[in-house]
Design a protein around this ligand. Structure first.
Ligand code: RB5
Length: 142
């Protein structure tokens, strides 16, 4: 699967960990940075990854900041983006099954690497259920 990934400095280490695991497991990953641990502004990266997803340059966007809050807020400002901030597996599955999330956000300072990887797998493995959920998701777009 082709994935777009990005973080600020607060999510940098977790981004690198998840990126390596994704590449090891055969995914194509386009990295929108940051490429170091120096301070950068999460809205810039969140928007860039979100624009890539909006333009269908990758199937899903995966973003990280310290909490995942700021970067998910920024991503969700881009039309057509449904970015789910998740810190456990059940919500990761539901974000795909019920909300048809096209981006996943996690916090580098709130979620450990192994849990983040389980969340990542749950997100990738789960299909959107459609049906009544499609009607509700359409209402999000207005
Ligand atoms: C950066 O210190 C921090 O504010 C950022 O990573 C994120 O947690 C914002 O929501």
């Amino acid at each position: 699967m082709k994935l777009a990934i990005g973080s600020d400095h607060g999510g940098y280490e977790l981004k690198e960990f998840i990126k390596d695991k994704l590449v090891e497991t055969g995914h194509e990953v386009v990295d929108y940075g940051t490429f170091h641990g120096e301070s950068v502004d999460y809205p810039d990266v969140g928007r860039e990854v979100a624009l890539a997803i909006q333009a269908e340059q990758a199937q899903y966007g995966i973003v990280f900041c310290g909490t995942g809050i700021g970067i998910s807020l920024a991503a969700n400002k881009v039309k057509g983006i449904r970015c789910a901030l998740v810190s456990e597996e059940f919500s990761a599955r539901m974000s795909r099954a019920h909300n048809n999330a096209n981006m996943l956000a996690m916090g580098g300072r709130t979620v450990g690497p192994e849990l983040a990887w389980s969340i990542m797998l749950a997100f990738l493995e789960t299909e959107f259920e459609g049906g009544r959920h499609a009607r509700r998701v359409a209402k999000i777009e207005g």
